[in-house]
Design a protein around this ligand. Structure first.
Ligand code: LLP
Length: 463
């Protein structure tokens, strides 16, 4: 991604270090709607609101740090994906991005299906009433117990990820007197990275069965021989935070080629393909994600074209967006604690959370934006690094961002686009208490995942 070093900031241009940031926005009070949930705005007093509720009030009621999730936005995004793909395709929300019982109910109401990848996610889905046939079960090392539960529950599909698992699922289904619908996850030889895709040493990873060397074709042969399995299709997931569909194009081409080989060898046309998730969202103003309609159109065209070329009936397509649905719908609200200006470098702004509620910056060098939300400011921009309270110098929430130079302890700042892979990857490092998730809609806020308490910590500590 192209970023300018040495932006001409109006106040600090002489002291700005080399860095990975764009020039400060002309007005730090303006919220870029690209990165904020749909109902977020500033009221006449300059306080940011979500679902009509002021963040100052929300902080008083629910404390900080906390994730606030815009339910209307979440539902709208579900509908946008469902509408974009239409009735001839299936959208599976990837629960790993963020899953709770409330989320499962919203998905169910909005007509989406659900991808789970562990016994815990399966339990949450079933407990909240997701019909088993609308659940896909994933994972590269499902335990026998997880397979038992998935087959017993009657999940709509198990996406098998290894030769061993094909046999395990088949035997489990036979033992339980049923046939399990199965997709085989293949590695197509495309690896997508943030903002680009590369086609290099992609088979060198733990997921899927490689197309290369005929392994996937052999997996299909074995699956077709086993009575406990109904092989319904091929699955491919190429990566995450992808903005461009060219990686999917290569993947679809290779998956369809496999479908053609299966037809030629076995005389059957598998009815489904799943192209996985991975569609990117805007974390900063520099990101330009594509709309679900655009993506659906592109994927449908690619698959239809490839199938026509291979003289195959077009299979039913499914996709598994996680981040693209939940990511933009939430922000994390923090209170500013200490502020340390380091001359010639940047100002360190410490908040009351950190890598325990957002590990993505430390783990992936992820970029985020941040804004002062409890008030507006007319002060000039200061180059800030928002850091947490953990005992680790890599405990960074936002690496480089501009905040008003009059920022003070007690101000509330918020980091947008934290709906995906933040609460779901949160930890108890330093015995931090994982923050709550509060759903906000039409002037009402309700906790859907409560804040952890010290009692919770001690309950697990049984020594
Ligand atoms: N389907 C499969 C088989 C997946 O493995 C994943 C993500 C998804 C769907 C959903 O991908 P999404 O649309 O959310 O990008 N923790 C990382 C992301 C890991 C994604 C793992 N698999 C992050 O924070 O960026």
């Amino acid at each position: 991604m192209s970023r300018s070093a040495h932006p001409a900031g109006p106040r600090h241009a002489d002291v700005l270090p080399e860095g990975h940031y764009t020039a400060p926005p002309t007005d730090l009070n303006v919220l870029d709607e690209k990165v904020w949930a749909r109902t977020v705005g500033r009221n006449d007093e300059g306080v940011v609101t979500v679902g009509g509720l002021e963040v100052t009030r929300l902080a008083e009621e629910f404390g900080t740090p906390a994730y606030f999730l815009d339910e209307a936005d979440f539902r709208a995004r579900c509908r946008a994906w469902a509408d974009a793909f239409g009735k001839d395709a299936d959208v599976f929300y990837a629960g790993k991005a963020f899953l709770s019982r409330a989320v499962v109910r919203w998905l169910k109401e909005e007509g989406l299906n659900l991808d789970v990848c562990s016994g815990g996610e399966l339990t949450t889905a079933l407990d909240a009433g997701m019909p088993a046939e609308r659940i896909a079960f994933h994972g590269n090392n499902k335990s026998q117990e997880e397979i038992d539960r998935a087959v017993e529950a009657g999940v709509g599909r198990i996406v098998v990820d290894s030769f061993q698992e094909i046999v395990r699922v088949a035997h489990t289904a036979q033992r339980l007197g049923t046939r399990q619908r199965v997709q085989i996850r293949v590695t197509v030889g495309v690896e997508a990275h943030t903002h680009e895709f590369i086609a290099t040493a992609h088979e060198d990873q733990k997921f899927g069965i490689p197309l290369a060397g005929g392994q996937a074709a052999e997996a299909v042969r074995r699956a077709l021989r086993l009575d406990g399995i109904e092989l319904i299709g091929i699955h491919s997931h190429i990566g995450s935070q992808i903005f461009d569909t060219s990686g999917f194009e290569v993947a679809a081409h290779r998956v369809v080629r496999l479908l053609a080989e299966i037809r030629d060898e076995h005389g059957i046309e598998l009815p489904e393909i799943d192209l996985g998730g991975g569609l990117g969202i805007a974390y900063t103003s520099d990101d330009d994600p594509r709309e679900p309609h655009d993506i659906a159109k592109a994927l449908n065209e690619i698959v239809t074209r490839e199938c026509e070329a291979a003289r195959l009936r077009t299979p039913r397509i499914s996709v598994e967006p996680g981040r693209a649905i939940v990511g933009p719908t939430a922000f994390t609200l923090y209170e500013v604690g200490t502020i340390k200006p380091l001359e010639g470098l940047r100002t360190y702004v410490s908040v009351d959370g950190g890598m325990s509620d957002n590990i993505r910056t430390a783990l992936y060098d992820a970029e985020y934006s941040v804004a002062l939300v409890s008030r507006t400011s007319t002060a000039g921009p200061m180059l800030a690094r928002v850091v947490g309270k953990h005992c680790e110098s890599g405990d960074i929430v936002v690496k480089d961002a501009f905040l008003p130079a009059d920022l003070a302890p007690g101000d509330l700042i918020a980091v947008p686009a934290t709906g995906a892979y933040c609460r779901s990857m949160a930890s108890n490092y330093n015995h931090a208490l994982r923050p709550p998730v509060v759903a906000v809609k039409d002037g009402e806020a309700r906790v859907i995942v409560r804040r952890e308490t010290e009692e919770d910590l001690l309950r697990l500590d049984v020594g």
